[in-house]
Design a protein around this ligand. Structure first.
Ligand code: ATP
Ligand code: LTN
Length: 330
């Protein structure tokens, strides 16, 4: 069975972009692949966090993984810090990643370009830790949204470098980016990706948003004056984004079919169909979330997940340390 691994940063509440671009694929793949899905609580402290809020977000994130359909009997779901090998291999990867490579990463560059002050060293070296997250498990594929492709590519480069230097240590993973829904845009500004750090809060639908709020956000989504439900991300980014959301939430229904269905119909009717699809999915997820958050499922899932993940991660860390010559007793 081929293996997959991916993670999400619990920097805030999970949103529809995380669900469509990443989480729903984890769920789809768990039957066909050996799936490792973790909560990246080391990555999330690369930017300042409020401790009380962070703890709540962590619990919510696990509960939402499960509420969206990840089944702990099939997938290994764990918290990054429960497997200390991530931080340990992360340091080793950092020592094998060049500053020139880190300087090219858009995530850091974007924040720097915005003039944000006091960016942390952790944010800069983030891709090295992400490389460790991946390489500890020798996955065949890493399902991610479009923005993370670059980080999987640097992982491949550093893995190849180390394999060349020390002998075969790591499998070279491939990023898996879906054709539709890999970059869901903000509903209020379709030139930006839907993101947890949306200041206006209008463009981002959170998975735990009350249904009324979610509906209002969809109905208020920025469109255009063409009055034509047509897929053209360049000239009609808002409408094209809503089409991708609708397609992703209706079993990847072909975009052409959606275009046909709404031919000659107004944006109001189209938006109502998108809002219905969004609310139906949120309702399902939230009902399951309510059950999970009050049960002991979070604790059992994480302890079992950490045990299973540690088996692979510890063996890999030891192999790497030996190959580098860092251990005294062979
Ligand atoms: P944010 O900008 O919201 O903080 P992020 O990409 O920085 O999100 P995560 O929350 O860790 O960080 O992302 C988890 C997964 O969700 C990643 O695979 C990422 O590519 C994907 N993802 C995030 N935002 C979107 C989006 N707008 N559309 C599609 N996929 C997304
Ligand atoms: N960088 C990712 C989260 C992440 C991840 C990973 C994804 C951390 N480690 C390993 C895939 C594999 C993000 O910001 N979305």
């Amino acid at each position: 069975m081929k293996r997959m691994l991916s993670g999400i940063k619990p920097t805030g509440q999970l949103h529809l972009g995380n669900y469509i671009g990443a989480l729903r694929h984890f769920v789809d793949y768990q039957d066909e692949y050996e799936m490792y899905a973790f909560i990246a609580n080391l990555h999330c402290i690369t930017v300042p966090q409020d401790p009380v809020e962070l703890q709540k977000n962590l619990r919510d994130c696990v509960a939402l993984y499960l509420a969206c359909g990840l089944d702990p009997a099939k997938a290994t779901v764990f918290l990054q810090t429960d497997v200390p090998a991530h931080a340990q291999l992360g340091y080793i990867m950092c020592c094998h990643t060049y500053m020139g490579e880190l300087n090219r990463m858009t995530q850091f560059k974007d924040k720097q370009a915005k003039g944000e002050k006091n960016l942390s060293g952790g944010l800069y070296t983030y891709p090295a830790l992400m490389a460790a997250d991946i390489l500890l498990y020798d996955p065949d594929y890493v399902p991610v949204g479009d923005d993370q492709k670059q980080h999987v590519e640097i992982t491949r480069d550093v893995a190849e470098r180390m394999n060349h230097r020390y002998g075969e240590l790591f499998k070279i993973p491939e990023p898996l980016v879906a054709k539709v829904g890999a970059r869901i845009m903000s509903l209020s500004d379709p030139s930006k990706k839907m993101s947890k750090s949306d200041e206006t809060n209008k463009g981002c639908i959170y998975l735990l948003d009350p249904l009324k709020t979610a509906r209002k956000k969809v109905m208020g989504a920025v469109t255009d004056s063409y009055a034509n439900v047509h897929f053209d991300p360049e000239n009609q980014p808002g409408v094209s984004n809503l089409m991708q959301i609708l397609s992703s939430l209706s079993n990847d229904r072909p975009i052409g079919e959606i275009e046909q269905e709404f031919q000659g119909k107004g944006y109001g009717e189209f938006k109502r169909a998108v809002a219905d699809a969004v609310c139906a999915r949120l309702e399902q997820i939230q009902a399951r979330y309510d059950e999970i958050i009050t049960s002991d499922m979070i604790a059992t899932t994480l302890s079992d997940g950490a045990r299973r993940a540690s088996l692979l991660a510890n063996a890999k860390l030891e192999k790497v340390q030996k190959a580098i010559g860092m251990e005294i007793i062979a």
